[in-house]
Design a protein around this ligand. Structure first.
Ligand SMILES: O=C(O)C(=O)C[C@]1(C(=O)O)C=C[C@@H](O)C=C1
Length: 361
């Protein structure tokens, strides 16, 4: 047989072995997934180094070449890692938040408005409700621009116990009154499970703040309401932890969850937090939930609000949140990062010139 014919014969033989290997490796993967289910049911960790060591020693004892044992053991370690991924992927497949569970986008309806249908929404308002006059001034300014959602902090999570803690339920009533007067929807943070029930009549979207992303009792409590929940990513939360926090809300019965990327804590000091803009497409891929970006708390800088808002919409965010205050210099919190009304006018003008479909009239 000539050399070309011999090479082809051998390659054809190798292709047959490849096909057999492929079938066997996938068969092995199916068994590993079943093992993962058994381990999960028994509460056993997926990763089992003792088991892996046993198999690698067995390979060493059984290997008679031509491959070196170490090379083959490396191949099997990759197979073990792939098995763990299969076992882990199976977990995410069952998550209520997972797009594998629900391929279509979750669209959240608040009155005549929607978030998550592909439209671009804007949420604006003061960091904190400070007075009835203040929230009425802001509500009027938002309504002038056709903004549909007004945020305002009535219960303020502050780093220092000596900082302004918010006006509480009275402040929430002021916010609702101002919003109602201008046909706006209210978004406000609720800090504790015990405060949820009394706040419900005055809020259209419950915000769970970054520091409360893993306050599991609060997640379950808001999960038992029929109000949409805006869940902020924790300061140092991985996206997996973020999705599992949203899972708590959905597992309690409330499917209306909006995920909010608000910046993560990193070594960088140029901004208040580091806006993890790639979280938006990742969360849109991994979940069916609306995803929004809080440009104020992520950057902490007025000069970055417009560019990061543009980046957020450009990368696919369903909404952007920004803080607006009549006189930021006099604000009781976040004084340096809230837009005054003139700045908000130009913010809206710039944004709508880049994104004419932005849902502001
Ligand atoms: O036997 C197990 O416990 C498995 O999960 C299967 C398997 C494997 O691929 O063989 C996968 C991951 C473990 O770390 C150990 C072994």
């Amino acid at each position: 047989m000539d050399q070309h014919a011999e090479l082809k014969r051998l390659r054809d033989e190798l292709d047959l072995v490849n096909a057999e290997l492929l079938a066997l490796i996938n068969k092995r993967g199916e068994i590993a997934v079943e093992i993962g289910k058994v381990k999960r049911a028994q509460g056993i960790d997926r990763y089992d180094p003792v088991r892996e060591r046993q198999m690698l020693e067995s390979i060493a004892a059984s290997n008679h070449g031509p491959f070196e044992t170490g090379r083959l053991q490396h191949v099997f370690k990759e197979i073990f890692k792939a098995s763990l991924e299969l076992q882990g992927e199976d977990r995410t497949r069952k998550l209520l938040v997972s797009r594998k569970q629900k391929p279509t986008n979750t669209i959240i309806r608040i009155g005549d408005d929607v978030i998550g249908d592909g439209s671009q929404q804007l949420i604006a308002g003061p960091c904190a409700v400070e007075s009835e006059e203040q929230v009425f001034e802001v509500a009027e300014q938002l309504a002038k621009h056709g903004v549909r959602f007004m945020r305002g902090g009535a219960y303020k999570p502050r780093t220092s116990p000596y900082d302004f803690q918010g006006l509480g339920l009275e402040g929430l009533k002021m916010l609702k009154k101002a919003a109602d007067a201008h046909g706006l929807h209210v978004i406000t943070e609720i800090m504790t499970p015990s405060a949820v029930e009394s706040a419900l009549p005055y809020v259209d979207i419950i915000q769970v703040g970054a520091r409360n992303m893993q306050n599991f009792d609060l997640l379950k409590e808001v999960g038992r309401t029929d109000k949409p929940v805006l869940l902020k990513r924790g300061l140092s939360a991985t996206l997996e932890e973020f999705m599992y926090a949203a899972e708590y809300i959905m597992a309690s019965g409330n499917e209306q969850v909006i995920l909010c990327e608000r910046g993560i804590r990193t070594y960088e000091r140029a901004t208040r937090n580091t806006l993890d803009i790639s979280a938006v497409p990742i969360l849109k891929q991994e979940t069916h939930l609306p995803v929004m970006v809080d440009v104020t708390h992520s950057t902490g800088r007025k000069d970055l609000l417009l560019p990061t808002a543009k980046a957020a919409y450009a990368i696919g965010a369903d909404a952007v949140m920004v803080e607006v205050h009549p006189f930021p210099a006099l604000a009781l919190s976040d004084a340096n990062q809230q837009l005054d009304f003139n700045e908000f006018d130009s913010f809206i003008e710039n944004l709508t010139s880049t994104f004419p479909a932005l849902n502001v009239q």
